[in-house]
Design a protein around this ligand. Structure first.
Ligand code: FAQ
Length: 313
């Protein structure tokens, strides 16, 4: 069969909403695009453990500590599902991880900001997980089977994460004057970076057209960002806090909130590795990989032993 015929069958499946599975024929560019996106998503989950992990020992109560510990472990699990989904596309986990450590692969810009107070943990849950969910609910319908299925499970956990973040802020927002200030300060610092998570404007999104045609993406960066603003602008009222955007305004005519322009220079600066914590985050990941070397060797030796034993039996 010619490549043109194979491409026609492939696009036909996509158009008919039939999932593409690892052993199906797929265009090389589709495979590469997914390796890029799914591996970057996996890296984001793993690097994303660091800002919150910073507060596990300082959570204000045993209950808060247990919840935060469980949340950070959930993120590790998400990273592992996603690394496995990447492997089904024919790359090894070592290669994928090397690409993170060498700086070749990206991860979400949001995780390059510091967590300065306990309220930041609430803001991450509410805003960062909130943004992540909107994007990931769309990805439960992505065209590649293993990625779509991983997303179903991940979304269930992320929606719990968002609620726990909101609840942290709700408690602070009804507390002392200092707690209220801490809550507002965290919202002020995390708001704009959360909007940046959705990526550049559609007009600047290099992968947009092709990813929509292949149904890797179902909604554009700007569309999802607008959904997020509409949702958060209402929820912030429950907290009796404000969003740091003087241009935020409900527009009856469009049925959406208008909002101010993102500082794109800051976004690209962070994406290029020059954000407040980029170096620190990569160093932490490289160190964790080196420290875990003996565990991988021991697990490999054990698995080899079992194989030899089962062959002898
Ligand atoms: N940061 O053409 P587009 C989470 C890059 S998970 C850094 O629009 P695309 C859970 C983009 O890669 C959060 N780079 O790209 C959690 C591309 O560069 P490339 C992560 C960004 O792929 C919560 C270039 O800009 N979620 O938070 C960013 O069509 C709490 C042009 O962009 C996912 O990864 C950015 N924000 O759309 C964990 C979801 N935005 O690759 C712990 C899956 C764009 O050509 C605690 N990914 N770039 O070198 C996606 O949906 C998409 O990849 C987008 C970008 C929407 C991120």
């Amino acid at each position: 069969m010619s490549v043109q015929d194979l491409e026609k069958i492939f696009q036909g499946k996509i158009d008919d909403e039939i999932k593409i599975e690892p052993k199906d024929w797929m265009p090389e560019k589709y495979r590469q695009s997914l390796i890029r996106q799914v591996s970057q998503h996996a890296h984001s989950e793993i690097v994303g453990m660091l800002p919150e992990g910073n507060w596990i020992t300082r959570a204000p109560s045993l209950k808060r500590k247990a919840i935060l510990l469980a949340k950070v472990q959930d993120e590790a699990g998400h990273g592992l599902y996603l690394y496995s989904a990447t492997e089904t596309l024919g790359v090894t986990r070592e290669q994928t991880i090397n690409d993170l450590h060498s700086g070749k692969a990206k991860y979400s810009s949001i995780f390059n900001y510091p967590t300065l107070t306990w309220a930041d943990i609430g803001a991450i849950g509410w805003l960062v997980d909130g943004a992540a969910i909107l994007n990931q609910v769309m990805l439960t319908r992505t065209s590649f089977g293993p990625y779509a299925r991983a997303m179903v499970r991940i979304c269930k956990e992320e929606s719990f994460h968002q609620r726990q973040g909101f609840e942290i802020l709700l408690v602070l927002s009804t507390g002392s004057k200092e707690q209220k200030e801490m809550c507002q300060d965290a919202i002020n610092r995390w708001w704009w970076p959360s909007l940046m998570m959705f990526g550049p404007h559609d007009s600047e999104s290099t992968h947009f057209d092709q990813s929509m045609k292949w149904k890797i993406k179902r909604k554009s960066n700007d569309e999802l960002r607008q959904n997020f603003v509409d949702m958060i602008a209402e929820q912030v009222k429950v907290l009796r806090m404000t969003l740091p955007d003087p241009e935020l305004k409900w527009k009856e005519k469009t049925g959406h909130y208008d909002f101010g322009e993102i500082n794109w220079e800051e976004f690209w600066n962070v994406v290029k590795g020059n954000g407040p914590c980029n170096r620190q985050r990569l160093e932490a990941r490289r160190k964790a990989w080196q420290d875990g070397q003996w565990v991988r060797e021991a697990a490999g030796a054990y698995s080899e032993k079992r194989k030899v034993r089962s062959q002898a039996a």
